[in-house]
Design a protein around this ligand. Sequence first.
Ligand code: C5P
Length: 222
Amino acid sequence: PSAPVLTIDGPSGSGKGTVSRLVAEQLGWRLLDSGALYRAVGYAAGAAGLDLSDAEAVTRCALATKIRFHAAADGGDTRVLVNGHDATDELRTETGAAAASAIASIPSVRQALVELQLGFRKQPGLVADGRDMGTVIFPDASFKVFLTASAAERAKRRYKQLKEKGLTVTLGGLQREIEARDSRDASRTVAPLKPAADAVLVDTTGMPIAEVVAKVLAVVQR
Ligand code: C5P
């Protein structure tokens, strides 16, 4: 039998990343950070000097790029290796996010990443974090959650995260970038950001992380 999957989709800053990691730890399940795959391809394409709107070239790049996740030696954040180079810090920047969003709108690039994502489904289970986990990649998942939060709150969370990482950003600029990226993610024709019909919606505005984690765990344990 195939391993159980919990999909956690939603826009950036909805708390997806943190919640997915904590829920996966609690359940003892594997974690798929699908956004990191799109960021890695965007990064590799940029490093190769490709035009990010060149569908054929970026698709070839997506198929050729070796992406590996590995646990940090100090117990910190999981490192992302792109063609052997630790690109974790570059991937997290707003430039990295913008490149990811640009290449993610190319259907053949998304197709190139399907098999890699399906490969994460292993016993005892998988928590899949992204935009289209419940709608496109794991439509048969037993558990589906869609996290939302107001754009202002999401910008504030992102601002805090980036500040902690020592990056220089402004709240207003960040909110504009988030809104632009969300509308691009939601309006694209292929795998737009939208809740699966059978997803449980959780609005996390003003909700502490622990409460969101409890709500998501309840979906799996009910
Ligand atoms: O989740 P994260 O912010 O890392 O995702 C970066 C970008 O990658 C998103 O803005 C979106 O354009 C794209 N993405 C996607 N499908 C996914 C995950 C991420 O299109 N499953």
